[in-house]
Design a binder for this molecule. Structure first.
Ligand code: F7E
Length: 329
């Protein structure tokens, strides 16, 4: 019998890579999306376009416990990957209440529904390096204390604690992946890497003249999303549930990303980039750099795409996309 995997947030960057990965492993893949996405798949499900006849999607919402409960009761999954969240850090400052409500309650609802209806199901929770926030040490490990600097980061700390508590209190196979930033040509356009790769492609093709960004001195540990979904699956294949940092172990500034991205198409970033303070955050996470040695030791995970190649991959994709007027995948 094929194993059943259930993915919340299947229509996002990670969800789409994970669905591909699990289908290739022989899983039956189920996903939960908002009803509006099912009604307008062309607009909302572009990352899944090539998979739609291979997966089963159910309408449900992170805001509604009954909707999540019903889907989990129907699917009775063997593995659940809880990726859905309001994940844009900037937006979490603009609407603190809905980010915190949706992200914390959504995670709580998924955990509770699994406990009630599929208690043997293994659960992956998408925690985040944003939990480290104002970092207490570098590099950050599974033992580094949390100090979140945004409503988003706070919601992820709560999700992490909820997941651990369901493991300890009810014996669920529930764990968290503390994933550092991970990018790809499927990244949402609001995140800085995609904003840059798309902006560079537009400027190169003469479709735009300037690119406005915020704090270019922030440093992140950027990996490739395709590598990171493999780690999610590997975590759930271990004998015992445990939490893991997934990262590259390197850190680079937004400025370095700009230099490489513009340099890749033969342009000097300084001629095109303008700093716009409206993109600054009320409290910034200045530096992230993860230590993934536990994941490497326990199940042999390591990243396969280097920073430079990630930048090139994204810029090349956006150039092609604009030339082809919308080749998304
Ligand atoms: O910002 C700076 C910004 O929005 C990265 C999410 O997936 O990874 C992501 O969170 C850095 C920040 O990602 C612009 O201030 C400068 O320091 O791409 P980002 P993020 O906030 O690091 C973690 C692991 C998650 O879990 C999140 O869900 O870039 N920055 N100028 C800018 N950022 C944006 N978005 N736009 C700018 O113009």
């Amino acid at each position: 019998m094929k194993k059943k995997a259930f993915i919340t947030g299947i229509d996002g960057q990670d969800g789409s890579y994970l669905a591909e990965f699990l289908l290739a492993k022989g899983y039956k893949v189920y996903g939960m999306v908002r009803r509006v996405a099912l009604e307008d798949p062309e607009h909302h499900l572009w990352r899944l376009r090539h998979l739609l006849d291979k997966i089963k999607l159910y309408p449900a919402s992170l805001e509604s416990y009954p909707s999540i409960f019903n889907v989990i009761e129907k699917v009775k999954p063997d593995e659940c990957y809880h990726l859905a969240a309001q994940s844009f850090v900037s937006y979490s400052f603009e609407d603190e209440f809905s980010t915190i409500n949706t992200n914390i309650n959504g995670t709580h609802f998924v955990l509770s529904a699994i406990k009630e209806k599929a208690p043997k199901c293994k659960i992956y929770f998408a925690a985040s390096s944003e939990m480290f926030g104002q970092v207490r040490e570098t590099p950050q490990t599974e033992n580094t204390p949390f100090h979140p600097r945004s409503p988003y980061g706070i919601s992820k700390v709560a999700g992490f604690d909820l997941t651990r508590n369901y493991r300890e209190a009810y014996g669920l196979f529930a764990l968290s992946g503390i994933l550092f930033n991970h990018e790809s040509p499927r990244r949402g356009f609001e995140f800085v890497t995609r904003k840059i790769s798309y902006g560079v492609a537009e400027i190169k093709l003469g479709l735009s003249k300037k690119l406005a960004v915020g704090n270019i001195y922030a440093k992140r540990d950027w990996g490739f999303a395709g590598d990171y979904v493999r780690a999610m699956w590997m975590m759930l294949q271990q004998d015992r549930p445990d939490d893991y940092v997934i990262a590259t172990g390197e850190t680079h500034s937004v400025k370095e990303f700009l230099e490489l991205a513009f340099g890749h198409v033969g342009l000097d970033w300084k001629k095109f980039v303008v700093i716009d303070k409206t993109f600054y955050r009320p409290s910034e996470v200045h530096l992230l750099k993860g230590d993934y040695s536990k994941a490497r030791r326990k199940f042999g995970w390591r990243p396969s795409v280097k920073f430079k190649d990630l930048v090139k991959m994204m810029v090349d994709h956006d150039l092609l996309r604009l030339k082809n007027k919308g080749a998304d995948i």
